[in-house]
Write a protein that binds this ligand. Sequence first.
Ligand SMILES: NC(=O)C1=CN([C@@H]2O[C@H](COP(=O)(O)OP(=O)(O)OC[C@H]3O[C@@H](n4cnc5c(N)ncnc54)[C@H](OP(=O)(O)O)[C@@H]3O)[C@@H](O)[C@H]2O)C=CC1
Ligand SMILES: CC(C)(CO)C(=O)C(=O)O
Length: 322
Amino acid sequence: MSENRSYAILGTGALGGFYGARLQQVGLDVHFLLRSDYEYVKKHGLFIESPDGSFRLSHVNAYRNVLDVPPCDVVVVALKTTQNNLLRQMLPSLVKDNSVVLVLQNGLGVEEDVAAIVGSNRVMGGLCFTCNDKVAPGHIRHLRYGVITLAEYACNYLTCGITERMLQVKSDFESAGVLIQLAEDLLLARWKKLICNIPFNGLTVVLNATIKDLISDVHTRALIEQMMQEMVAVAAAYGRAIADDYIEKRLKFIAKMGPYRTSTKIDFDQRRSLEVEAIFGKPLRAAQQAGLDTPQLAMLYRQLKFLDTYYCTNQAIAVLSH
Ligand SMILES: NC(=O)C1=CN([C@@H]2O[C@H](COP(=O)(O)OP(=O)(O)OC[C@H]3O[C@@H](n4cnc5c(N)ncnc54)[C@H](OP(=O)(O)O)[C@@H]3O)[C@@H](O)[C@H]2O)C=CC1
Ligand SMILES: CC(C)(CO)C(=O)C(=O)O
């Protein structure tokens, strides 16, 4: 990659808008693809509200049409996974020979889909531990954390070690004040993130609760730990050992997210399609393929499918208006 790396942000929402703005704030060349708030952002820029220091970028390179975005060194995928069918149209014009596509989405197997479009040597994954919400056009609220675990993708999630381009991306994000942890094994990093997303993103929706509520109640805490144990077992079946103390440590970390709703609950409250397949369906099918029974995950998946169908998709409008 070139020395002064350019970034394309596909999906200028809670996550993409936050990290992209931080990168532009320190002088990097960033290009933002927008949808509903394109006109607003083109005129007024982006506002990031954050306990680490709020700031406004009064001018950003804003685009409505992906074909107008120039090819970039790093293409950040920050759409919801429910929109990933668009990537086949979006990615080809954005990647150069030595570009890398950095997938910041939650879920399992998301890099595989991107690799099928741009080639497996051009993909990296980033697991974002951050609490963000896009609260108004061009206005992103960051509540806590922000650290990203970065790892290279290779076919079949083979372990790749630490590469030169990981160090380059790390250096850009760290210059922007974003903490980056490098990981040698992307699949292990994904399972570790799913251990958090499955109970918290799922239960905040089905129980209409915040992270704080779920962690403080003895019953939901027990449920969370059971779900986490199920995922530790599935990860182990795929050769990824997760240390015994990981759950306790993560629960302490997540407890500090307090009243955050999770990105899936924010989607549900806005009646947007839920990322059920990427975050819950794929892990469930991975468990089944490994011959493991994960009853808590299976129940959560089915509940979320129901809620997604009857409350969140276009189909829901048809069903409810009958
Ligand atoms: N929010 C968070 O704190 C975290 C989120 N994640 C993950 O990050 C990913 C992104 O989530 P998040 O940022 O919360 O989601 P958002 O819904 O806030 O952002 C997605 C953005 O993509 C835009 N978009 C959708 N379709 C198009 C299109 N065709 N063209 C241009 N833009 C488009 C949306 O536009 P519009 O504004 O019009 O809807 C929206 O702004 C998800 O996988 C999520 O699970 C992971 C960790 C934390
Ligand atoms: C783990 C958590 C809850 C915050 O990073 C998240 O990933 C989300 O809200 O989707």
